[in-house]
Design a protein around this ligand. Structure first.
Ligand code: PEP
Length: 250
């Protein structure tokens, strides 16, 4: 039985003051929610959020990490630094990182490996563009993104990991994959992981992301292979995010 998981990606939003209010609101609103909830603030606010969440069951995540351990990599943050600041999860290969910062499949796999080596739970983000979907390439694109990580990390790649399916055309656009479209991709991902490691596939939380909100979350989360969500815009609103977390626990 997989525990539902909902992660909030705050992206590059917030200030010391607004984040203080958001954390206080979430801590109160989510105190009785059984799903595993994760929040991923901008890196400079990790310490502040960790302190604010000290007595809560909400876990802390980062939005990206360096593939390197330490050294002359100006501006980068390593996996062990994230662990030092209380992070348990880290997003890897978000489509904005792939598109705006040119992260390749190989670099994403290296970041994923760095996260695992430091004991963090990587949340691998995969997804197709609208052109790729319309050309019937969705499953091939996702298969290659997942395969790039399997190639580097082998059969245990997705033990203690999470995969988030986020169609690029659905992120921040208000367009959501239908539950059936999302389920088809999730089932394919689980089958691909199962080819290498059945137990890992059974336990692997598969999240859907792309304009999830309080109104569409229940139908998405009701699908057999959708174990929760990766939420962008709606994770900045306490009421909306709380409703999504409640929808995840059925
Ligand atoms: C995201 O950034 O991962 C995301 C899914 O964003 P949104 O929910 O705003 O579409």
């Amino acid at each position: 039985m997989r525990r539902p998981l909902v992660a909030g990606n705050w992206k590059m939003n917030g200030s010391r003051e607004s984040i203080q209010a958001l954390v206080a609101g979430l801590e109160q609103a989510l105190s009785d929610v059984e799903a595993q909830v994760v929040v991923c603030p901008p890196a400079v606010y990790l310490d502040q959020v960790a302190a604010g969440l000290k007595s809560s069951r909400i876990a802390l995540g980062a939005q990206t990490l360096s593939e390197y351990d330490a050294g002359a990599y100006t501006g980068e943050v390593s996996a062990s630094m994230l662990g030092d600041f209380g992070c348990r999860y880290v997003l890897v290969g978000h489509s904005e990182r792939r598109a705006l910062f040119s992260e390749s499949d190989a670099q994403v796999a290296a970041k994923f490996a760095a996260a695992k080596a430091a004991g963090l739970v990587p949340v691998l983000c995969v997804g197709e563009s609208l052109d790729e979907r319309e050309a019937g390439q969705t499953l091939a694109v996702i298969g290659a993104q997942v395969g790039a990580v399997q190639e580097v990390l082998g059969v245990d790649a997705f033990v203690n990991a999470v995969i988030a399916y986020e169609p690029v055309w659905a992120i921040g656009t208000g367009m959501t994959a239908t539950p059936e479209q999302a389920q088809q991709v999730h089932a394919a991902i689980r089958a691909q992981v199962a080819e290498k490691n059945t137990a890992a596939a059974e336990q692997l939380p598969l999240l859907y992301g792309g304009s999830v909100n309080a109104a569409n979350a229940s139908a998405l989360f009701a699908m057999a292979d959708i174990d929760g969500g990766l939420v962008g815009g709606a994770s900045l609103k306490v009421d909306e995010f709380t409703a999504i977390c409640r929808a995840a626990q059925g």
